[in-house]
Write a new protein. Structure first.
Length: 139
């Protein structure tokens, strides 16, 4: 079974001019990743990603930082059914005050983008963060 999700890689610039990313820790598996979720009926990928960002973190989308999504593929088995998942992440500048969605997210932390791979749980997310760094390192 194929499954698709859409997310934002939430970015901000520190006072020192360093790109920082927000990671979230999911309630049920306790893994660290980026905000993401499934599309609602009639919703396009970027709208889905922005809604999920707002629902999970309280933050707002400001603008895209590159022209295409970063794609992650993985598979797992859920209740005996093999799932082949594709997640499209939009690298985006965000703003606002953090208000976590308690039923899905237990923690979050801002950190330098270059430090994110050491904190992300899964290798696919680590690779996505390195790709994001390569896109932003000269901006």
């Amino acid at each position: 079974m194929d499954e698709y999700s859409y997310g934002i890689i939430p970015m901000r610039k520190s006072a020192a001019g360093v790109w920082e990313v927000l990671l979230i820790q999911h309630r049920y598996s306790l893994h660290w990743s980026f905000p993401k979720g499934h599309a609602e009926l009639g919703e396009d990928p970027l709208s889905t990603a922005c809604r999920e960002l707002s629902e999970e973190t309280g933050l707002s989308f400001v603008k895209l930082l590159n022209s295409y999504p970063l794609i992650e593929h993985y598979h797992f088995v859920f209740r005996g059914i093999p799932i082949f998942k594709t997640v499209s992440y939009f690298l985006a500048l965000v703003e606002g005050q953090i208000v976590l969605q308690a039923k899905e997210v237990v923690a979050c932390k801002w950190m330098a983008l270059l430090d994110a791979p050491a904190h992300l749980t899964f290798s696919q997310a680590k690779n996505i963060s390195l790709e994001a760094y390569s896109l932003l390192k000269d901006q």
